[in-house]
Design a protein around this ligand. Structure first.
Ligand SMILES: [Zn+2]
Ligand SMILES: [Zn+2]
Length: 445
């Protein structure tokens, strides 16, 4: 079976190209092909050796990577994460000591601090991304891998796996941990800091969560759950033109979630087609992708103005309130000589949101005017926007922690200010803009 157009890159530290054959085949089975989820290129399916990564030759997207013992590892790591979850959230995290006055807080208390300040929307987002989603993703992964380990075949497993994939981006324990570090550095000038049990449990929880996500071999999980593995060669037979370059030209539609390739002729018979493997609704391209992304990018750009001009935090020091904007906070760090932290906050709170908005606007404009150059660079830029999106929540987590920890009455108190609301909306809009966007539109002619 020869390649149609693409050749898969196998990459093990260095890039090397294997098995290139002349395009010959005109008839095949869907199970012999793969369609790149990033750019829709039609490629012959190959199984990389353990430790190797297969990448798309056109847009360099990582297609799959063999993870040894993926089920056992995911099961062990998600179970450990679940054990650490409650101690990490409920035990005291840090305690501050200022002139004999002590204040301490658990992570969960900090998560709820925005509600205490009357910022209900920000509080709700912090509660979701800092507590509920991390807990849900760990439990979903635990049940799916436990099911696979036991050899169960149940409908709920595919539903759980689908939700797991959608929620991982919104589970922001890792961002929260960096927020804890920044809070510590911010407070180290004025208070004695004591690390409590909760801090070490939280550190462990974040490490375990990151490793559990890295241990999941999604294509293996989906194949195991649907039984595709045993019936490797039973994909529907179909004919594909040797001129077909993309999935669309070859009559194949890809599921957005589990990446199963299906024949568009089969799907055309149903009015609302769903993926037979994961149950997700199927569209050749994400529905209303361009208009939705535009609407969200424009909203984000407008909200950036109040988010940066209004104060985001109010520090009361000996009864003197002092409101500061995002930029004031960054300048403070540079003046204090903490250049590293200043740079981190500058990147997360100003550079990343601005980059996301201008980057998305540039990609959307280039699709509108059909600019056919720099396609690969635009795809890489989009992937970077997708990747960094969640890190802008950093400042919000820091404020939540400061509000919970710095409550020394007359001595010093920190409260949230109106820009926190607008800033959270900017982060949400830019993240949803990236989620609604379909990167294959960059490559569609
Ligand atoms: Zn590709
Ligand atoms: Zn699917």
């Amino acid at each position: 079976m020869g390649n149609i157009h693409g050749k898969v890159k196998i990459n093990n530290h260095k890039l090397s190209i294997v098995s290139e054959k002349k395009p010959t085949a005109i008839s095949s089975r869907t199970s012999n092909f793969e369609v790149c989820p990033g750019c829709d290129l039609l490629i012959t399916k190959i199984q990389p050796k353990p430790g190797h990564t297969a990448a798309c030759p056109r847009c360099s997207r990582r297609l799959h990577r063999e993870h040894p013992n993926t089920v056992q590892r995911s099961l062990a790591l998600s179970a450990t994460g679940m054990l650490l979850f409650l101690p990490a959230n409920l035990y005291p995290l840090l305690s501050f000591n200022v002139m004999g006055t002590k204040a301490e807080s658990s992570l969960f208390h900090a998560t709820l601090s925005m509600f205490a300040q009357g910022e209900n929307l920000v509080g709700f987002i912090v509660l979701l991304t800092g507590f509920i989603f991390p807990m849900l993703t760990l439990s979903l992964l635990f049940w799916v891998s436990a099911g696979l380990f036991m050899g169960w075949k149940a409908r709920w497993m595919t539903d759980f796996m689908r939700w797991y994939q959608h929620l991982t981006e919104w589970s922001m324990n890792d961002v929260y941990l960096i927020g804890v570090f920044i809070t510590i550095i911010k407070m180290s000038h004025m208070a004695t800091i004591h690390f409590d049990v909760g801090f070490f449990c939280f550190l462990g929880l974040v490490l375990v969560t990151i490793s559990s996500q890295a241990s999941v071999d999604k294509s293996f999980f989906w194949q195991e759950m649907s039984g595709d593995r045993e019936e490797e060669d039973t994909g529907e037979a179909f004919t594909v033109s040797i001129h077909a370059k993309t999935g669309q030209e070859g009559g194949l539609v890809l599921c957005h979630t589990c990446h199963k390739a299906m024949l568009s002729t089969e799907l055309a018979r149903e009015s609302h087609p769903h993926c037979p493997r994961c149950g997700e609704a199927i569209h050749p391209r994400k529905n209303g992708s361009i208009s939705r992304s535009w609407a969200l990018v424009v909203t984000a750009a407008i909200l950036t103005v109040p988010a940066n001009l209004l104060p985001i935090m109010e520090v009361e020091y000996f009864g003197q309130p002092d409101a500061s904007t995002i930029l004031d906070g960054i300048i403070y760090f540079f003046q204090e000589g903490s250049y590293g932290i200043g740079a981190v906050i500058l990147t997360a709170s100003i550079l990343v949101p601005v980059f996301k908005i201008t980057g998305m606007a540039l990609i959307l404009t280039s699709i509108h005017f059909r600019w056919q150059s720099w396609l690969k660079h635009k795809t890489l830029m989009f992937r970077f926007i997708e990747f960094v999106g969640r890190w802008s929540m950093l400042d919000i987590f820091v404020i939540a922690l400061l509000c919970a920890l710095v409550q020394f009455g007359y001595l010093s108190t920190i409260n949230t200010a109106p820009a926190a609301f607008y800033f959270t909306l900017v982060v949400l809009c830019t993240m949803f803009a990236a989620i609604s966007f379909d990167s294959r539109l960059i490559w569609d002619e």
